[in-house]
Design a protein around this ligand. Structure first.
Ligand SMILES: [Zn+2]
Length: 215
């Protein structure tokens, strides 16, 4: 099963991906995780990305596409299927992804679009805490760490991202909605788009997703 997850920041893509990954034995391909991993391991692509990150810029779309391509072609687990999280972000990337997958003879089966309201997203993101060391995500009410301010995985310190405040989140939602419209239309035209109400708890979202996947 090859699945693309769409949804605004805070809609619960990461949580859903983790829970489906374990149930269905799929590879979770998260753009953020891949970037961190490649930079940490000092791979050629990681070094290229690091230059942009260190100069305070964004990693260009085209480089992100190459990172995803590299992972899809070389990770044997990707052959069994995957959950794509954080990619594609533009229609160009969606088209490139289709080309890459066509060459691998592994077309996308479905695109799950998590639909969350601004109110839900604000509630989730303002409570979010991130591990400075390994990038693990926590939530003050929904997923607190065992010890306050400390990462369960690695013992690193947790912090609140500067852009996880209400005003910035409202802005990010606007940007997300605008930039995702063409991607949604793109997958709709292929008959692959499925929407899930994400203004609810993660268990309900998971059940809805599995119902779609198991058709
Ligand atoms: Zn950690």
């Amino acid at each position: 099963m090859k699945i693309v997850l769409l949804g605004p920041p805070g809609a619960g893509k990461g949580t859903l991906a983790e829970s489906l990954r374990d149930t269905l034995g799929l590879l979770h391909i998260s753009t953020g995780d891949i970037l961190r991993e490649e930079m940490k391991n000092g791979t050629p692509l990681g070094k290229e990305a690091k230059k942009f990150v260190e100069s305070g810029g964004l990693v260009p779309d085209e480089l992100v596409t190459r990172l995803i391509k590299n992972r899809l072609e070389n990770d044997p687990k990707a052959k069994k299927g995957f959950l794509m999280d954080g990619f594609p972000r533009t229609q160009k990337q969606a088209e490139d992804l289709d080309k890459i997958l066509k060459d691998l003879n592994q077309p996308v089966d479905c695109t799950l679009c998590l639909e969350a309201s601004v109110k839900t997203v604000v509630q989730r993101l303002t409570g979010r805490r991130v591990c400075k060391q390994c990038g693990a995500l926590y939530h003050m009410t929904n997923k607190p760490p065992k010890k306050e301010g400390v990462c369960d995985n690695c013992g690193g310190p947790l912090y609140q991202r500067a852009d996880d405040n209400e005003e910035t989140i409202q802005n990010r939602m606007k940007v997300y909605t605008e930039s995702t419209k063409p991607i949604i239309e793109y997958y709709k035209a292929q008959g692959k788009l499925r929407s899930i109400d994400a203004d609810t708890d993660s268990q309900t979202v998971r059940t809805a997703a599995l119902k779609i996947i198991n058709g």
